[in-house]
Design a protein around this ligand. Structure first.
Ligand SMILES: [Zn+2]
Length: 355
């Protein structure tokens, strides 16, 4: 055995390592290893039927609770290269946002949460919160000013929580799940749990912890909208009170919820639109989004829906749409954004994963 064959062996090992890395980069990691199975609620309808229902008030009361005030890089929330953003002179920098849990009270079906707010431990015991360690530092969770933890929100509901409707599985939407009683039904969009990318190499363990001990995720079973406007529309309870709209793009299984209340319809966009500015100008999110073109199409379809029904009260994923944001009564000013190096690393990683 000469020096030549030794070099060949090293070359073979290096090539094998590169091949393994290439496969990992190509295949990626699931959002969560938490089990998922088809949901048992939801009746497929057309968006025509959904829109026809909006003329009359509905029975569900919606309370949007601010879980936390936070700030993150604007370039993640808004596509700053969009012509509208360029025209407005928007630049990158810390953007104040909020994390919500929407409480839906249905007269006979009980109380449902849309998204999950913020885990109590994230404030009181961050070392043991589901989202912790490197990922928490990377996200800048220490900049969160927690106003209402989800344990407190859940404790207020005398009749318990009938289910959680997750708009998608990003960590800032499932971080309150440890405070939701085990056994509560949980619903997500199709393919959301199994969606793969490289950044999940870091996020997956945190997502698994947030969902630990919970029942399998019920994946809503959409079929194509016969009216051709959306990827799919479900009448969740069969009484036209809560509509789930499949809006892929931000993530493959992103879902928006349209709720008929006594005061008119409320649209919970999820992160198909994070910000008030993005909603008002029709500009999709920036580096936090997986598929820009698909996200932009889904956002355009939601905005067209609201243009046809101007009475809809629109609640974007992370900001109030009502002029200047109302500061939370319990919150102080956010302390700061994630470290810029981490933020740009995150943006680079996301670009690498989603391009
Ligand atoms: Zn998101």
């Amino acid at each position: 055995m000469g020096r030549g064959s030794g070099r060949l062996r090293i070359l073979a090992v290096v090539l094998a390592a590169f091949a393994a890395l290439a496969v990992i980069a190509l295949v990626g990691f699931r959002t969560t290893t938490h089990p998922a199975s088809p949901a048992t609620i939801g009746v497929a309808r057309s968006s025509d039927e959904m829109e026809a229902s909006l003329a009359t008030p509905g029975p569900v009361v919606v309370e949007t609770v601010v879980g936390a005030d936070w700030e993150v890089p604007r370039s993640g929330l808004i596509n700053l290269t969009h012509p509208e953003a360029v025209r407005a002179g928007l630049e990158d920098g810390p953007e104040p946002i909020q994390i919500y849990v929407h409480v839906l009270r249905h007269p006979t079906r009980g109380t449902f949460l849309v998204d999950s707010g913020v885990e109590r431990a994230l404030r009181d015991d961050p070392e043991n919160a589901a989202v912790r360690g490197v990922v928490a530092r990377f996200m800048g969770t220490d900049a969160m000013q927690i106003a209402n933890d989800t344990a407190s929100v859940v404790a207020r509901e005398q009749g318990g929580i009938a289910g959680v409707l997750l708009t998608h599985l990003h960590l800032d939407h499932i971080t309150g799940m440890p405070d939701v009683p085990r056994g509560t039904a949980i619903y997500t969009g199709p393919g959301e749990a199994g969606a793969r990318n490289l950044q999940n190499m870091f996020a997956q363990g945190n997502a698994d912890r947030a969902l630990d001990g919970h029942v399998p995720l019920g994946e809503l079973a959409f079929t194509a909208d016969p009216s051709g406007r959306f990827a799919g529309v479900l009448d969740l309870f069969g009484d036209a009170s809560v509509w789930a709209i499949w809006v892929p793009g931000h993530t493959p299984g992103s879902v928006a919820y349209l709720v008929r209340t006594p005061d008119g319809p409320v649209l919970l966009t999820g992160d198909t639109c994070h910000t008030a500015w993005g909603w008002q100008h029709g500009v999709e999110p920036g580096s936090f989004t997986a598929d820009h073109e698909q996200n932009a199409r889904s956002l355009a379809a939601l905005r067209a829906l609201v243009a046809r029904h101007p009475s809809v009260d629109v609640r974007p994923g992370h900001q109030s749409n009502e002029g200047p944001r109302r500061p939370s009564p319990h919150a102080a000013k956010p302390r700061g954004a994630p470290h810029p190096a981490l933020a740009s690393l995150g943006a680079r990683l996301r670009r690498a994963c989603t391009s």
